[in-house]
Design a protein around this ligand. Sequence first.
Ligand code: AMP
Length: 213
Amino acid sequence: MNLILLGPPGAGKGTQAKKMIEALKIPQISTGDILRAAVKEGTEMGIEAKKYMDAGKLVPDSVVIGIIDDRLKEADCEKGFILDGFPRTVDQASSLDEMLQKSGRRIDHVVSIEVPDADLLARLTGRWMCTCGASFHKIFNPPKVDGICDLCGAKLYQRDDDKEEAIKVRLENYHKQTAPLIEYYSGKGLLRSIDGTGTPDAIYAAIMAVVNG
Ligand code: AMP
């Protein structure tokens, strides 16, 4: 099962992918997580990517395409994968098509999680993350102890690009650069749109209905 989760920042792609990996036994591949790890490690790629990420801009296609090309060759992707945050431009999508074609694979479903901009701004400005991958929200999903991860006990942090200025740029970029993928995948008959405004469990059920359908 080769899946793409498509949707604006804050739509819940990461949260849903974490739930799906357990049920489907396939890995989540998040270019955002891979880039943040590179930033943390201080690699050359991380230092370069940070400039774009902090400003809410997209990292150049060549960088993320290279990341995905390497990652999809790893053994744990043989039974399938969930792409979260990639592709984000039409060029990335056509490069992905080429990569998959070369290895005799194809995308099964593109699940588009739809949420209005006003909701996204509220979700992202209140978002708190943990290095273990969990995410919380000060109003919608508060941790049991303020500032501490329920799952692993580590201190929560706010992403640099979850500040209001960067969020506005990210949403603009989504509409300009990523939303055209809806048409791209709809033209290929792969697009499955779902309502992303419900509870995480309701959204998960809608995704699994697509996957199992
Ligand atoms: P995310 O965690 O998916 O919201 O990604 C965080 C940031 O990483 C984005 O705002 C971009 O700067 C960068 N990024 C992640 N995935 C991509 C991608 N596919 N193409 C370009 N930049 C990306």
